[in-house]
Design a protein around this ligand. Structure first.
Ligand code: UD1
Length: 430
C-alpha cells in the first residue's frame, strides 16, 4: 500500500495547475449514457474515481478512451447492459449517478445500493423518491435498485420534485433523467454547486432544455433525444481550496492556474480573515501567506453548509490550518455525521482538538511534530498532508489510496511548489 513521506517545514512557492473537478467529471461521464452519439470530455482529472467510473461504463458496453492530455471519448451507442454492479459501486458512491440516465434512455436499470461510507450513512432515498415521482417503479432486490417504467410507457414523465434536503448527486440524477423525460420537471430545493451548473451546461450542449441551474429552482423541458457534444470539465474548487490551505499553513505564495475564485468565496473569505492575501486574477487565483502560521494567522470558526456556504469537502483541510493558527476556533459539520475522523490523527501530530457531536473545538498550537498517521477518507487524507507539511520532522501518511481517489497527482504538484514529499511504493512502503 502506497504511503506519503513528508518532511515538514518548507514554504510553498510557485505555480500549480488546478485539474478538472472530480465532482463534475463523474456526473458528466454518466451524462454520455444519455445519447447514442459520441461525447468528448476535456480536462478530465487523472483520478482513481474517474478510472472506476470508466470501468463502470465500459462494463455496460460503452466505448471509453482516455488520452494523456485529459480527454475522454465516450460512445454509448452499443450500451447493452444498463447495470452498475456492487463490486464497482461499493468503491465509489457516485456510481449511483448512472441510475437516472440509464432509466431515462432505456426504460430500465439495475444499480447496486452503495452501502456504508466512512463519513456517514449517506442513503439514496431521495434519488429513489424523485425518480418514482417521474413514474419509475423501483424495488430493492438482493442489494440492487431495480428500476423500470410501467408497462406501456417508454419515457419518464416530468414531475415536481421537492427533496427533503439539498442533495448534490440527487439533483444531478434528476437533471439527467428529466432531460429525456416527457414534459416539464421542476426541481425545488435543488443543489446550486458549480458542478451542477457545469453538468447543466454540458446537457444543454447535448440539446437539453434547462433553466435556473445555479439556483434552487431548476426547470427542465424534456426532449425526445439528446445528441453528442464536446465539453471541458470545470476546474476543481476543492483541489484549489486544498492548495490554498496548504500555502496558508506553510507560508509562501502560489498562483493556482485555472482556479475559480468565484467558486470559493466562503473559503477565501475565511482565509482573508485569517490573515492571508488572496486575489482572483484572469487565469487563476493567487494566495500569499506569512509563516510561521502561529505568529501571522488567526484561527477561524466556521460551519459547513450547502453551496454557496462553506463546503464540507474543505472542512478537514481548513481545520489543519486552524490547528497551527493563533487562538481558539469552532468547526461545525452540518452535512455528514461522521466527518471528524482526521481529528484523532491530527492529535497524534500534537494538535489540540476536542469533539462534541457536530462541533470540533480547536486550540491552535505553535508547532506540530511529525508522526505516522492514517488516512481515513478522501478529504481527511488531504488535511493530514497539510498538517505534515507544517509539522517538524517526518510525517508518514498511510492508506493514501483515499487521496488518489480524488486528487490528481497531489504529491507531484506539491513538490513543484517546493514541498519535501515523496511517495513510497512497494517494498519502500512496507
Ligand atoms: C456530493 C459530493 C461530495 C460532497 C457532498 C456534499 C459528488 C460525487 N460528491 O456527495 O463530495 O461532500 O455532495 O457537498 O458530487 N442524503 C440523504 N438521502 C439521499 C441523498 C442525500 O439522506 O438520497 C443526505 C446525505 O446523507 C448527506 C446530505 O443529504 O447528509 C447531503 O448529501 P449529498 O449532497 O447527496 O452528497 P453526495 O451527492 O453524495
Amino acid at each position: 500500500m502506497d504511503k506519503l513521506l513528508i518532511r515538514g517545514g518548507r514554504e510553498l512557492r510557485g505555480e500549480v495547475l488546478i485539474s478538472g473537478a472530480k465532482n463534475a467529471a463523474l456526473p458528466e461521464l454518466c451524462a454520455a449514457l444519455l445519447t447514442d452519439q459520441p461525447v468528448t470530455l476535456h480536462n478530465v482529472p487523472r483520478l482513481q474515481d474517474v478510472s472506476t467510473m470508466l470501468k463502470l461504463v465500459r462494463n455496460m458496453g460503452v466505448s471509453a478512451e482516455r488520452d494523456d492530455n485529459g480527454t475522454v471519448q465516450l460512445n454509448a451507442a452499443e450500451l447493452t447492459r444498463p447495470e452498475a454492479p456492487y463490486e464497482l459501486v461499493k468503491t465509489m458512491r457516485a456510481s449511483v449517478l448512472a441510475l437516472g440516465p440509464l432509466l431515462a434512455r432505456f426504460g430500465h436499470a439495475k444499480v447496486s445500493l452503495p452501502g456504508g461510507c466512512a463519513i456517514g450513512s449517506r442513503p439514496v432515498d431521495q434519488h429513489i423518491k424523485g425518480l418514482q415521482a417521474m413514474g419509475a417503479e423501483i424495488v430493492v432486490d438482493h442489494g440492487y435498485m431495480v428500476a423500470r417504467l410501467p408497462a406501456g410507457r417508454t419515457r419518464l414523465k416530468g414531475a415536481r420534485i421537492l427533496t427533503d434536503m439539498v442533495t448534490v448527486t440527487g439533483t444531478e440524477n434528476f437533471l439527467m433523467a428529466a432531460a429525456l423525460a416527457e414534459g416539464e420537471t421542476l426541481l425545488e430545493n435543488a443543489a446550486q454547486e458549480p458542478e451542477i451548473v457545469d453538468l447543466a451546461e454540458m446537457l444543454i450542449r447535448m440539446g437539453a432544455k434547462i433553466e435556473g441551474h445555479g439556483t434552487s429552482h431548476i426547470r427542465i423541458q424534456g426532449v425526445e433525444k439528446l445528441h453528442g457534444c464536446e465539453h471541458a470539465v470545470v476546474a476543481d474548487r476543492i483541489e484549489a481550496g486544498t492548495f490554498m490551505c496548504a500555502v496558508a499553513a506553510t507560508g509562501g505564495e502560489a498562483f493556482l492556474r485555472n482556479a475559480r475564485g468565484d467558486h470559493l468565496d466562503a473559503v477565501i473569505d475565511k482565509l482573508r480573515d485569517a490573515g492571508c492575501k488572496v486575489a482572483s486574477e484572469k487565469d487563476g487565483v493567487r494566495i500569499a501567506s506569512k509563516g510561521p502560521a502561529y505568529e501571522h494567522l488567526k484561527a477561524q470558526s466556521f460551519s459547513t453548509t450547502e453551496y454557496p456556504g462553506f463546503p464540507t469537502d474543505m472542512q478537514a483541510q481548513f481545520m489543519a490550518l486552524n490547528v497551527i493558527a493563533r487562538g481558539a476556533s469552532m468547526v461545525t459539520e452540518t452535512i455528514f455525521e461522521n466527518r471528524f475522523m482526521h481529528v484523532n490523527e491530527m492529535v497524534r501530530l500534537g494538535a489540540h482538538i476536542h469533539v462534541e457531536g457536530k462541533v470540533a473545538m480547536v486550540e491552535g498550537v505553535q508547532q506540530l511534530s511529525g508522526a505516522t498517521v492514517m488516512a481515513t477518507d478522501l478529504r481527511a487524507s488531504a488535511s493530514l498532508v497539510i498538517a505534515g507539511l507544517v509539522a517538524e520532522g517526518e510525517t508518514l501518511v498511510d492508506r493514501i489510496y483515499h487521496l488518489d481517489r480524488g486528487y490528481d497527482r497531489m504529491e507531484a504538484k506539491l513538490r513543484g511548489l517546493g514541498a519535501d514529499i515523496e511517495r513510497l511504493t512497494g517494498a519502500a512502503a512496507a
